[in-house]
Design a protein around this ligand. Sequence first.
Ligand SMILES: N=c1c2ncn([C@@H]3O[C@H](COP(=O)(O)OP(=O)(O)OP(=O)(O)O)[C@@H](O)[C@H]3O)c2ncn1[C@@H]1O[C@H](COP(=O)(O)O)[C@@H](O)[C@H]1O
Length: 98
Amino acid sequence: MMDVLAELEKAIAERRGAAPAESYVARMLQGPEQDLYRKLPEEATEVVLACQYEKDRVAEEVADLWFMSMLALAKNGVPLADVAAALAARRRQGTEAG
Ligand SMILES: N=c1c2ncn([C@@H]3O[C@H](COP(=O)(O)OP(=O)(O)OP(=O)(O)O)[C@@H](O)[C@H]3O)c2ncn1[C@@H]1O[C@H](COP(=O)(O)O)[C@@H](O)[C@H]1O
């Protein structure tokens, strides 16, 4: 799983400087930040709607949300490894608490 996300992180880094006309990644990362941040709640809402009404679309919608989250990480210079570390730390805390 992390391999796919790590590959996506690399692809995003490679494409962020591309011509906006040719790259959605470039459009989102070079454009106004509100264009990107508006997409996050939209995609989250689509996940909820799929869960409630269109279960065969849940995976696709979560993939969209994760992609937008990856763009938000790139926009803010936060590496995927930091997210992995945060989840791992919570896992350890959960193990200790449990
Ligand atoms: N994983 C994705 C990915 N997921 C979704 N999208 C794009 O995200 C956009 C948003 O989807 P929506 O469902 O909201 O569609 P929309 O309403 O048309 O979008 P908006 O115009 O409102 O933004 C769509 O244009 C999708 O094509 C993605 N675009 C790119 N990637 C990855 O990023 C790589 C580099 O992409 P580009 O540099 O953009 O070619 C690709 O090879 C992929 O691996």
